[in-house]
Design a protein around this ligand. Structure first.
Ligand SMILES: *Cc1c(COP(=O)(O)O)cnc(C)c1O
Length: 417
């Protein structure tokens, strides 16, 4: 056996390669709003999460540049030291108003927010329960003592949520995707404090959680509800405020990202003032990291001005995604439960999904193949995303390229991986 680290790594990577699961970084070039591959070929972007095209919007770029010029390239300290500026607090207030919540708190990334806010909430939920104290959070490697606090997590939740659940040192129960009867059963068996965690729009399937029903279920079981709006923020709900905005205060913790439809970077948690006060005091992913730089705050500030005015763009996104789903359905590709700007075309094996992505790129569209472990075995897919700046002509080119590279299938079969 080879105990040499590089040797071990090489062996493991070769195994991944043999299983068509090896990932490689490829450079993409954005110039004047056009996406090109390394060979210089212009492509339609059907993969990024910049759903409203805001990363290229003149006002967003200008305010990022202006705030960097005025306030500096970085905010080189953590928030509790000197990283909090007047502009930081102003953007947080604007975010809270946008989400219809009492308060909001910026995070460096969505991954960091989910991975550390969930443990910070589990810590407070353990408090006061004998043998299950909040001190446990600070002592890595000590086995779980109490079992009183439980987290209930949808089986398709993002990797960052899974990390948060693992770090939370609470019992995590996974419920079948969007299966509220299953969740109801699991909640009934639990006597302690409970936290339900779901996405409002699922990142790889493009379907939605039934938030009004979840709010009711949470209330009935005395559970707190945590909703990740990474793919809904800016795109869905009244004026793009997300799906939690339709549940007037029923969601206790709303998380969202600023690097997707907002075209910037970072993430936020929105909720009650006391929730934010707790995180400022006890969330390591907020406390022990450098504050977001002024350029990012400027971009977010501009996006907050633009997003509520973009109903036309949102309506177009919905129409275009429907047209893509119809084309895929005609050709017998399973689009899972998609009802949003994220439209999966399930291919089956990882090798076939990679081949389909190559054909699509040859036809002028970037639609990246998503493989296990990101998605379950046998459901490798092209995850196609729509963008409001595509235009009608762009949509026709996209549909033609998809038709040319995804041959009709006899039925929606799922291959093996
Ligand atoms: C992208 C994503 C995240 C992570 O957000 P980043 O800001 O990119 O780190 C979290 N949750 C979901 C559902 C996501 O899709």
């Amino acid at each position: 056996m080879d105990a040499n680290l590089d040797g071990l790594l090489r062996t493991r990577l070769a195994e991944l390669d043999a299983a068509n699961r090896l990932r490689r970084l490829r450079p993409w070039h954005w110039h004047n709003g056009t996406l090109r591959n390394a060979a210089g070929r212009a492509l339609i972007d059907a993969s990024s999460n910049d759903y409203l095209g805001l990363s290229q919007h003149p006002l967003v770029k200008a305010r990022a540049a202006e705030w960097a010029e005025r306030h500096g390239a970085g905010a080189p300290a953590s928030r509790l030291v000197t990283g909090t500026r007047d502009i930081t607090l102003a953007v947080e207030e604007k975010l809270a108003a946008f989400k219809g919540c009492e308060a909001a708190l910026l995070f460096s990334s969505g991954f960091q927010a989910n991975a550390t806010v969930i443990p910070a909430l589990a810590a407070v939920m353990r408090s006061g329960i004998p043998g299950d104290g909040d001190d446990a959070l600070c002592v890595p490697g000590i086995p779980l003592r109490g079992q009183a606090t439980a987290i209930f997590s949808d089986e398709l939740n993002h990797a960052s949520i899974l990390h948060g659940c693992r770090l939370a040192r609470a019992r995590t129960q996974v419920f079948r995707h969007n299966d509220l009867d299953h969740l109801d059963q699991l909640l009934s068996q639990c006597t302690g404090r409970k936290l339900i965690v779901t996405e409002s729009v699922f990142s790889m399937d493009g379907d939605r959680a039934n938030l009004p029903a979840l709010v009711q279920l949470a209330e009935r079981h005395g559970a707190a509800l945590y909703v990740d709006e990474a793919h809904a923020t800016g795109v869905l709900g009244p004026q793009g405020r997300g799906l939690a905005a339709e549940c007037s205060g029923g969601v206790d913790v709303v998380m969202g990202t600023l690097g997707k439809a907002f075209g910037a970077f970072g993430a936020y948690i929105a909720g009650s003032r006391v929730l934010i006060d707790w995180l400022v005091n006890r969330c390591p992913g907020f406390i022990y990291t450098t504050a977001l730089p002024p350029a990012v705050l400027g971009a977010v500030d501009a996006a907050l001005d633009l997003v509520p005015t973009m109903d036309t763009e949102r309506a177009q996104l919905a129409r275009h995604s429907q047209a893509l789903r119809e084309l895929l359905a005609q050709r017998n590709y399973d689009t899972l439960g998609s009802s949003t700007q994220i439209v999966p075309a399930v291919i089956g094996s990882a090798a076939d999904a990679l081949a389909a992505a190559r054909r699509l790129e040859d036809a002028g569209v970037l639609g990246v193949a998503i493989r296990p472990p990101t998605v379950p075995e046998g459901t490798s897919r092209l995850r196609l995303t729509l963008h409001s700046n595509l235009g009608e002509a762009g949509l026709q080119r996209l549909l033609a390229a998809v038709a040319a590279s995804l041959p009709s299938r006899p039925s929606t079969n799922s291959g093996s991986d």
